[in-house]
Design a protein around this ligand. Sequence first.
Ligand code: SF4
Ligand code: SF4
Length: 342
Amino acid sequence: MIKPLNVFVSRGLSHHPDKRQVEQSVTDLLALDPRVKVTMIPNLYDLRPDGDAYSQLKELDEDFIVISWMFQRAAHWILDRNGVLGQTGEVEFGAEEDDDADELEDDILEEEEKQRVIETLDIPDRSIYCLQFQHPSEPQHYVDEVVRIAESSLMQWISGTPDQDKLDRFLNAEQRHEPELSAIEEKAGRRWYPVIDFSRCTNCMECIDFCLFGVYGVDNQETILVEQPDNCRKGCPACSRVCPENAIVFPQHKSPAIAGAPAETGGLKIDLSLLFGAPDAQEVAARERDEQLMLAGRAPVEESGNANGSPAISMEPRQVQNVGADKDDLDHLIDGLDSLDL
Ligand code: SF4
Ligand code: SF4
């Protein structure tokens, strides 16, 4: 019998008993299925890259599944920034709700041919599938989707050319696999940092210019990265509003658009061009950044010219001429998003 597909269940931060029940029901059902091996881990976003959970994740070179309370792209790029790389696995769970959103996102992304950072990355040819917990939900639906992925993953592997290592594991696999469930207990304090979605990022550097807390940096290829994640100010989402591509995600933010939602959530269609990188979004972001500077005991940009005492930092975004927005619409959208609680 073939080696089972790994499924990692990332526990959420909420103590809501109904949410805990969703996690437990899905985990218990999955553990009964011999096609998968289930491991419970603390909240993926809070984990340290050198901890036990990431060590185990980094050892895998095959497809796997993560189920978390975060949106798919948020979970995928959290894994990526922590050194767990793979192609985005296609998930059908809940896909019917997102058809219009996909079209809207495609329109926005196709309005201009831009090079995305993902095109320059060396990503291994295995798939990582990120499913999102929802409450309320039917646990069997998760199991059905996991089984669908397990079968499709196996079919792709068989029709490809497995390397010797994979072939050995396949041939030497136990004849009968018993259901498996394990847990990684790891201390994980709550964290807050931006996650870059490199499938959208164009490496424009707006974010590194904007943030005055030294969170962003560049690698030796001059590609943007989140260099000092823990320098980020708890609760501050300012740079996500400045990014013209909606590439910066704060997975725990209460507004779905900032937390990495597709372009339509809860019946509210979100025009990303109004929310991210637009002139009014810049003003909101500047206010939020000034608040954080003052909380940190530093002077706001508008009073001092610059928090570091050097020449004023212009709030004119590099790409402001490419976008436009009506202030009332933006205010309305942000109010609507803020009233949603995931
Ligand atoms: S502002 Fe957005 S698109 Fe530009 S480099 Fe930063 S994350 Fe990438
Ligand atoms: S959220 Fe605020 S502190 Fe954090 S990286 Fe963005 S601008 Fe900097």
